[in-house]
Design a protein around this ligand. Structure first.
Ligand code: MRU
Length: 369
């Protein structure tokens, strides 16, 4: 996708193969800042401090973190240490564990002297594969948007989304946004209601930013407004991303997603979740055991933004000493999900729905609730 007309991805490697570079998402939308990752510790920090965030991008950054570790020490113990460190940075997005498992598998049996090159090559493959998965998610999701567009000729299809499941959360395209970008590119009028997504405001700072860059009409709304808009009949469809889908179709995503799903259910608004297969946790029978990250209370007690003089600042919004809880994700039960949009097609959020698209998981893994 483009920033100021220049094609960019969220993570890349310098032409001579080092270092890895990322867009520092904590600086958006006020500044476009890139940061070099030179060590595995740099990659771990970027994930923990949310310079990079979003399930697919967390996974690919971790993969490059392993490659950076191999560059310094390609021994088995270094590989184990890197994987342990990176896996501990964020608990909910299963793409992190998935990518690390992929790296471990790819490096198994490779002689130490060949490991750095192999690791960078495989991390690059995970990035390229993610782009292709997101493109396909877009193509499948586009069919849903096309049907709605055909039912209201000349009027925009109004889509509500939560958090940022856009290209900034992935490598390119995004998951929830891929159908939207593809509809927009195909000349189908779309309009997006963007939830601000407290406490970190990924909707306001990232989704609004990328939609504006792509010229997609959108309206920023506060998190509490979605139910009202759905009740008023102005939302045709909700599409969100996810950090982990359990084998029964339960969905963990950014805090507040569950409330949007409830409002959508109550108002007969289709509620779709878009994901690459790297987000499915086949070992997790249901969503109730998905670990929910608890982040710093400071994120709730403060809001960051740009002052009139252009300076970016953080301000306190509660009385000193206020206690705050900050679960970063919630779990939406599968019964509230109209369908899962994957790179292989759209399925019901049920064990059978998932297994129809991914029959290779029919035997082997643990029991499905
Ligand atoms: O805490 P974040 O910003 O990493 O949370 C991101 C989300 O919840 C996204 O919706 C999810 O990762 C899907 S990304 C394609």
């Amino acid at each position: 996708m483009n920033i100021n007309g220049k094609a960019m991805r969220t993570i890349w490697v310098k032409p001579d193969g080092f270092p890895v570079e990322i867009i520092d998402q904590t600086a958006l939308p006020h500044a476009l800042k890139t940061v070099a990752l030179k060590t595995c510790d740099d990659a771990a920090y970027a994930i923990q401090a949310m310079l990079v965030r979003g399930a697919p991008l967390i996974g690919v950054t971790a993969a490059y973190g392993v490659a950076l570790a191999m560059r310094e020490d390609a021994s088995d113990s270094s590989l184990d240490e890197a994987i342990t460190l990176l896996a501990a940075q964020r608990p909910t997005a299963v793409n992190l564990r998935w990518a690390l498992d992929q790296m471990r598998g790819a490096l198994a049996g490779i002689p130490n002297e060949e490991r750095p090159r192999a690791a960078f090559k495989f991390a690059a493959k995970l990035a390229t594969d993610d782009v292709e998965m997101c493109r396909k998610i877009g193509a499948h999701g586009l069919e849903i948007i096309k049907k709605i567009a055909a039912s209201k000729p000349g009027q925009p299809v109004n889509i509500l989304t939560h958090c940022n499941a856009g290209w900034l959360a992935c490598i390119d395209w995004g998951t929830a946004t891929a159908p939207i970008y593809q509809a927009h590119n195909a000349g189908i009028p779309v309009h997006v209601f963007v939830d601000e997504t407290r406490p970190r405001n990924q909707g306001a700072s990232l989704t609004a930013f990328e939609l504006a860059q792509a010229g997609v009409p959108h309206t920023l709304i506060c998190d509490n407004a979605g139910g009202h808009y759905m009740q008023s009949g102005v939302v045709d469809l909700v599409i969100t991303g996810t950090d982990r889908v359990a084998a029964n179709g339960d969905v963990a995503n950014k805090i507040g997603t569950y409330l949007k799903a409830l409002a959508a259910f109550d108002n007969d608004v289709p509620f779709y979740v878009a994901l690459p297969s790297s987000t499915i946790d086949w070992t997790m029978p249901s969503g109730k055991d998905i670990p929910i990250e608890e982040r710093s209370a400071d994120e709730v007690l403060h809001v960051a933004g740009r002052l009139a003089n252009g300076q970016v600042a953080s301000v306190a919004i509660a009385p000193p000493g206020t206690k705050a809880g900050n679960p970063a994700f919630d779990m939406t039960p599968a019964r509230l999900v109209t369908g899962l949009i994957t790179e292989r097609g759209i399925c019901n959020a049920t064990p059978d729905g998932l297994l129809t698209l991914y029959p290779e998981h029919r035997s082997g893994g643990s029991a499905v609730a």
